[in-house]
Design a protein around this ligand. Structure first.
Ligand code: G6P
Length: 620
């Protein structure tokens, strides 16, 4: 995880770096630090805690200069302390760097460097890289290379990187090259923002918003040299390449709270719009199907598919489960939903006509990326459902579908989930119409989908009622979430949301499975959230609900508007608009997102920065 920023230009670097780190805090927020260069040398400020602690330190001890790097950390090696915070210094101060990723062979390298006399100050894997580069700089000098020649520094970096096993995104300053910022990537994302006589560097596009919308994404094994004069991109194996400049797809709106107290709430309320964005230009009324620009597969290839594997982590995995129901129902193609972290080390027998779909908001999740690469290695077409344009998975997949949900800043994923489900519904429709699905059936789905933004707007009106219910329950320690069929993944997602941000133990189950174990947990202190809208499963889930009531378990029901039956049965009811079964996840998820949000706020939790979590998990 971790977030990296860098700047070289004419503006005061520290302000730009601190603002960039604030925007990258979703990637980690254990500790942070900056290094800034001016005529007198390089000043480093670093501190455990949130970026605001660092900003306070920089206020007290300013670090002037127009060139710098910064880092916000999610600890992997070594606890979150001031000394483990980045930047780290190599040798006698020749090299100062920040790192995102994990160096797997750091222990061996550390021993070797210690034997050579290098003194380690931190418990991080990162410090090894700093000393290693310093060591190779020294070696280059010993070999008679000109220490003032830029090439000498580059060779030292290159030699050091070749010795690393693992992943890295690096931003590096050199004591003896006062106008140089070097960045390198293997596995951890980096993007360069191109300004006028200035360059920005970041782990993703968010710190660049408001500065420039021209960006260059680094590929694995690439290194970039930034000076105020220009940029040079060098690939380890293929040498220099001309930078291909792309347009940043984030706006200031994504970065602002727009009057909401938290990003999570803002993003929950954006869902009528983001669901609409996920459908925009993709519904074809005439052919009663959905269309995608970037699948890069022929109709013949799509018709031949005999199996689909959806792979993802966390909330995206839950969206995959909804996708399984949708694709199997609409297109009759067998679907498996695999945790990416499991798929990457399994060797499932995949047929020639198996298509693998990675589902990911960030496009950077390490396990999802590794699973995708593993499937590609075996010759399967891989596609991605992804939100972040230009992210690693979006670039490496053979094709895909963007969510167009805008930046999701809240660590707990909300709008990305409903956009993923929307896109999976379109995909199921598309595949169904290539097979047996009739024109009227396709048309009916399209009509229902078109109504969804309004339906979600209506659903969000439950916010006040949900807040009141949360007031009653926010002291609980355990909670069950129960639903069936399309609402089983929603139960899992509801439970995950509660765990993530309010630290209440919660479990999601298929409602009927409850009697095979979880029912033992039911008592007067353990509420169950039943997702019981009108539809095919209504009566079945109602029976399960009765079973809980019979054991005095409190029940919160998510029910269809006008369902009077629940008034006397459930302790609390949240009413949502009635929709067809296949669209229920989009609707029933909303009150569960709001419930976890209000529970967390009432418990005094930091909603947008939950403990121990990071939005984008770029380590295994
Ligand atoms: C982290 C986040 C989750 C997210 C998961 C997968 O665990 O905290 O909210 O669902 O990663 O992320 P992705 O970006 O691949 O969807």
């Amino acid at each position: 995880m971790c977030g990296i920023v860098g700047y070289i230009g004419r503006q005061p670097a520290s302000e730009i770096l601190l603002e960039g780190l604030r925007r990258l805090e979703y990637r980690g927020y254990d500790s942070s630090g900056i290094a800034v260069r001016d005529l007198d040398g390089i000043s480093i400020r670093k501190k455990a805690g949130r970026v605001q602690e660092l900003a306070r330190l920089v206020d007290e001890q300013p670090c002037p200069g127009n060139l710098g790097i910064g880092h916000t950390r999610w600890a992997t090696h070594g606890p979150a302390t001031d000394v483990n915070s980045h930047p780290h210094v190599g040798g006698n101060g020749e090299v100062i760097l920040v790192h995102n990723g994990v160096i797997e062979n750091y222990a061996t390298l550390r021993e070797q460097l210690q034997a050579l006399g290098y003194v380690f100050r931190s418990a991080t894997d990162t410090e090894v890289i700093a000393h290693l580069i310093a060591h190779h700089l020294e070696e280059q000098a010993r070999l008679g290379k000109d220490p003032e020649d830029l090439q000498t520094a580059l060779d030292a970096v290159e030699l050091a990187l070749r010795r690393l096993k693992g992943t890295y995104g690096l931003a590096i300053l050199f004591r003896d090259f006062p106008e140089l910022l070097v960045a390198a990537r293997l596995g951890s994302p980096l993007v360069v923002g191109v300004g006028k006589g200035e360059y920005y560097l970041a782990s993703d596009g968010s710190p660049l918003v408001g500065h420039t919308d021209e960006v260059v994404y680094l590929a694995d094994h690439e290194m970039v040299l930034l000076t105020t004069e220009g940029m040079r991109l060098i690939h380890r194996d293929t040498g220099a390449r001309a930078p291909s400049i792309q347009t940043l797809d984030q706006t200031q709106h994504d970065q602002d709270l727009n009057g909401f107290p938290h990003y999570m709430l803002k993003e929950i309320f954006e869902q009528p719009q983001t669901i609409e964005n996920a459908m925009r230009g993709r519904l074809d009324e005439e052919e009663a199907t959905a269309r995608f620009g970037g699948l890069n597969l022929t109709v013949q290839q799509l018709r031949r598919l005999d199996r689909i594997v959806l792979t993802a982590c966390g909330t995206s995995w839950h969206a995959g489960l909804v996708g399984e129901y949708l694709i199997e129902e609409f297109a009759r193609i067998p679907v498996e939903v695999e945790y990416a972290s499991e798929l990457r080390y399994r060797n499932p027998p995949l047929s020639e006509n198996t298509m693998v779909f990675a589902i990911t908001q960030s496009g950077e999740t390490a396990d999802t990326l590794a699973a995708l690469r593993e499937c590609q290695r075996k010759g399967h077409p891989t596609l991605a459902i992804c939100n972040v344009v230009g992210s690693t998975i979006a670039r490496e997949a053979d094709g895909g579908i963007y969510l167009h949900a805008g930046a999701e800043v809240g660590v707990a994923s909300t709008k990305a989930f409903t956009s993923q489900v929307t896109v999976l519904t379109l995909l199921a429709l598309h595949l169904g119409r290539l097979r047996h699905m009739s024109h009227p059936a396709g048309k009916r789905i399209i009509t229902a989908l078109r109504n969804m933004p309004d339906v979600i707007r209506e659903t969000l009106k439950c916010n006040d009622a949900v807040r009141e219910i949360a007031k009653k329950y926010h002291h609980i320690t355990d909670c069950l979430y129960l639903g069936r069929q399309y609402n089983f993944p929603v139960a899992l997602e509801g439970a995950l949301k509660l765990k993530e941000i309010s630290y209440i133990h919660a479990e999601g189950y298929p409602a009927a499975e409850m009697k095979h174990g979880p029912i033992a947990l039911i008592d007067e202190q353990t509420p169950s959230v039943f997702i019981v809208p009108h539809g095919n499963m209504y009566h079945k889930v109602m029976s399960n609900l009765e079973e809980v009531k019979a054991r005095r378990g409190p029940v919160i029901a998510i029910a269809s508007q006008g369902d009077k039956a629940l008034d006397n049965l459930a302790d609390d009811v949240i009413y949502v608009p009635e929709v067809e079964d296949f669209l229920q996840p989009l609707v029933t998820t909303i009150p569960l997102q709001l419930f976890s949000y209000h529970m967390a706020v009432l418990r005094g939790c930091n909603v947008d920065r939950p403990r121990n979590l990071a939005k984008s998990v770029t380590v295994e």
